[in-house]
Design a binder for this molecule. Structure first.
Ligand SMILES: [Zn+2]
Ligand SMILES: [Zn+2]
Length: 149
């Protein structure tokens, strides 16, 4: 993430918290800073371990709540997978779907540019106001298929 993007995310989060009447705590800011270092998909546990290693321990409950807030603020995207929720930075990233392996937990991303047009049509037809979208396909990756799952 570039420096300007990080600043933009911090601003977005602060505005979001203020609009909700929530406090901008040092813990919440630290969690956001750690999150912005991530690439790909991560779990709450991973973040907790990294923050402990940096001598910035934050409870798992606080991390989870903050990640939920970051998702609502549009900075993160939440993926519900086997073995718990995973998060990824949604800011500045193109819309994509996920193939999730039920055996090894691997996540493969794919572009959804084409589906995007169809979605717009469906949304318009139903006069629906979309807030988030998430396409998940569960199954078995090539490696696991070869191993006979
Ligand atoms: Zn697999
Ligand atoms: Zn992804």
């Amino acid at each position: 993430m570039r420096k300007e993007e990080k600043e933009e995310c911090q601003k977005m989060f602060r505005n979001f918290l203020a609009a909700r009447g929530l406090k901008i705590t040092r813990e919440r800011e630290r969690i956001l800073r750690q999150v912005m270092e991530k690439e790909g998909h991560f779990q709450v546990e991973e973040l907790a371990i990294e923050m402990r290693a940096k001598k910035n321990p934050v409870s798992r409950a606080t991390i989870y709540r903050t990640l939920e807030l970051l998702t609502e603020a549009g900075i993160l995207r939440k993926i519900i997978a086997e073995g718990g929720a995973r998060f990824e930075l949604g800011y500045g990233k193109g819309y994509h779907g996920h193939l999730i392996c039920l055996s090894c937990g691997r996540i493969i991303e794919f572009s959804l540019e084409e589906l995007s047009k169809l979605e717009e049509k469906v949304v318009k037809k139903n006069r629906f106001l979309p807030k988030s979208r998430n396409l998940l396909i569960f199954g078995y990756c090539q490696t696991c298929q070869r191993k006979g799952r």
